[in-house]
Every structure is written in structure tokens, then in C-alpha cells.
Design a protein around this ligand. Structure first.
Ligand SMILES: NC(=O)c1ccc[n+]([C@@H]2O[C@H](COP(=O)([O-])OP(=O)(O)OC[C@H]3O[C@@H](n4cnc5c(N)ncnc54)[C@H](OP(=O)(O)O)[C@@H]3O)[C@@H](O)[C@H]2O)c1
Length: 290
């Protein structure tokens, strides 16, 4: 078994990576801060991993517009990790985002399409990608989009909580297009990419382009909230500090060629997520008193 170290192990993706890499050591704040080069090198020296998976990130997209703190994690620390992996002969699997792309396009983004982020978070993640490349480390960078899963705040959960709270009408943005990604599917994709010896950039997302509007409708339908009315609205109706790309569909053909299978449709993954979410919410049966 490959000695594997997962960074950001308590995050939405990090927890799913732990399930795909049994026996891996998972670290997160406060036990290891990836901004601390000395601490990173000390852990590498003590644990001697053959593979490091970096799921650590500062994912506060709106805050990134006014606070540069994200750069230390998403940009600079990736260079630190990559150099430490390079000098230790360690393979690095890093995770990046569709937000590196310009946000207007006519066909799904391929790995070598020109990048031009529309927001500060995307620029920080792009900085991390460049540091990965400059280091010459062996390994891969998986770009993904619209992540949802059981271990973190996500769009589906936000929509369902509103329905569960009794809201009978929701307005959801219909002029942003992308591909949703289920965190366990991404974690599995990362394992397959590692097993195939992938190197360089690879895109992964579940199949089927969608808008937030259609994504919300599918989630509500599958969760049994057919009576909730979803009204399409525009990005301008919901002003946010960070701009969002209007067109952010990732092309996953390279992933499909590399591992020999297609990502499954997001609706299938959504059904799995809803089952996991319902099980987490179900009351725990108490043992009857004897
Ligand atoms: N979420 C999305 O929609 C999305 C979309 C595209 C790409 N991605 C990328 O996918 C990857 C995983 O995202 P995610 O949604 O799983 O993120 P997440 O749930 O926010 O998890 C990130 C983890 O990293 C930890 N972390 C933050 N700063 C750290 C530091 N300095 N040292 C060590 N750990 C640190 C966080 O701890 P705290 O919680 O304590 O800060 C958290 O546990 C990221 O690279 C992200 O950029 C995400």
C-alpha cells in the first residue's frame, strides 16, 4: 500500500479521500498548517509518504475579494508543498478549480485552454497551479467544479434547508452554467488518476452541464419537495462580492481517456448524496429499556 498523506483531511473532499485511501494519514488545522514550511518538511521527514494529496484550501470565495489571506494557503503554500515533495521524491496530487477560466466560453474548458480568472479566489488558485508547475514535482492537478457532499456547506444542502424550513418559493440563479461534482466521486477519480500514473492537469466533474436553477430543481424533486416552486433569476439579482463565471463547464475527455471510464451523471450522484444526507438526519433509535 502506498504511504499516503492527506492534507485538509477534515474538509469536504479530504474526508472522502480518506475513504478512498484506507490507511492514509490525514492532517488538517491545527495539527498541520500547510503555510508552515518547517512543519510540512518535519511531517514529510517523519512520515515518509510516497503520495501527498492536497485537499487543504481557503475556499471562502467572497472573502477573498477583500482579504488576501487566501493567497497564503491557495497560492504560496502549494509551492512549499510542491518543492518539499520534489525534494523528497514524493508524488503530489493537488486540487484546483474551474474558476481559473475566464467565465465566457462556447465549449467546455479543456486542460490547456487559456486561463483568466474572474475573481480573486480564482487568481489565488491559479497561482497555486503555477507554483506546482514551476517546482517540477511529479504528480497531477485535478480541476473540479461545484462540489457537493456530506462533509461541508454546499449548494444542495442550502436549497434543501430552505425547503425544510417551509419556504414554498425559491429564486435561483439560472444564468451560470457548470458541472456539479459529488465529493466521493472526485475522491475516487483522484485514486484512479493516481493508480494510472496521471501527470499534469486533468479535469473532473460529474456528467451533465447544469445551471444552479436546474440543479436546485433536481435536488428538490429527488428529495420529494415537488411542491416547492423554483423561479429562475439572474446573477445580478443576487449581488455577491466575488464575480462568478457565467460559463464554467469543464471538459472531462482527458480524464475519461486516462482512466477508461466516464464520470456518472450528476443526478445519479445527487440521489446518493440525498440518501447519505437523510441517513445523517435520521434520529438514532434508542435502545428500549428492559
Ligand atoms: N467547494 C467547491 O465548490 C470547490 C469547487 C472547485 C474546486 N474546489 C477545490 O477543491 C478542494 C477541496 O475543497 P473543499 O470544498 O473540500 O474545501 P473545504 O471543505 O473548505 O476543506 C478544506 C480544508 O482545508 C483546511 N485548511 C484551510 N487552511 C489550511 C491550512 N493553512 N493548513 C491546513 N489545512 C487547511 C480547512 O480547515 P478549516 O475548515 O479549519 O479552514 C478544511 O478542513 C480545494 O482545493 C478547493 O479549492 C472546491
Amino acid at each position: 500500500m502506498t504511504r499516503t498523506l492527506i492534507l485538509g483531511a477534515r474538509g469536504m473532499l479530504g474526508r472522502e479521500l480518506a475513504a478512498q485511501f484506507p490507511g492514509a494519514l490525514g492532517l488538517d488545522l491545527p495539527d498541520l498548517d500547510i503555510r508552515d514550511e518547517g512543519a510540512v518538511r518535519a511531517v514529510f521527514a517523519a512520515e515518509r509518504p510516497a503520495l501527498v494529496l492536497n485537499a487543504a484550501a481557503d475556499t471562502r470565495v467572497d472573502l477573498a475579494e477583500s482579504d488576501a489571506a487566501h493567497l497564503a494557503v491557495n497560492d504560496i503554500a502549494v509551492g512549499t508543498l510542491a518543492r518539499a515533495c520534489k525534494s523528497g521524491g514524493i508524488t503530489l496530487g493537488h486540487v484546483s478549480t474551474d474558476y481559473v477560466f475566464p467565465g465566457r466560453g462556447t465549449r467546455p474548458w479543456r486542460e490547456d485552454d487559456p486561463v483568466d480568472p474572474v475573481n480573486a479566489y480564482g487568481r489565488g488558485k491559479l497561482g497555486g497551479e503555477r507554483r506546482f508547475l514551476e517546482s517540477g514535482v511529479k504528480g497531477f492537478v485535478v480541476r473540479t467544479s461545484w462540489l457537493f457532499g456530506a462533509y461541508g456547506p454546499n449548494f444542495v444542502d442550502t436549497i434543501l434547508k430552505q425547503a425544510e424550513a417551509g419556504n414554498s418559493e425559491l429564486k435561483v440563479v439560472a444564468d451560470q452554467e457548470g458541472r456539479a461534482t459529488y465529493a466521493p466521486d472526485l475522491a475516487r477519480a483522484i485514486r484512479l488518476l493516481f493508480e494510472k500514473g496521471a501527470s499534469g492537469f486533468v479535469h473532473f466533474a460529474n456528467a451533465g452541464g447544469t445551471t444552479w436553477y436546474t440543479f436546485a430543481r433536481e435536488a428538490l424533486r429527488l428529495a420529494g419537495f415537488e411542491e416547492v416552486v423554483v423561479r429562475p433569476c439572474t446573477t445580478a439579482d443576487f449581488p455577491r462580492p466575488a464575480r462568478r463565471p457565467a460559463y464554467s463547464v469543464l471538459d472531462t475527455a482527458l480524464y475519461e481517456r486516462t482512466v477508461g471510464e466516464k464520470p456518472r451523471p450528476f443526478v445519479e450522484a445527487l440521489a446518493d448524496y440525498l440518501a447519505v444526507r437523510a441517513a445523517k438526519q435520521a434520529p438514532v433509535a434508542s435502545t428500549p429499556a428492559s
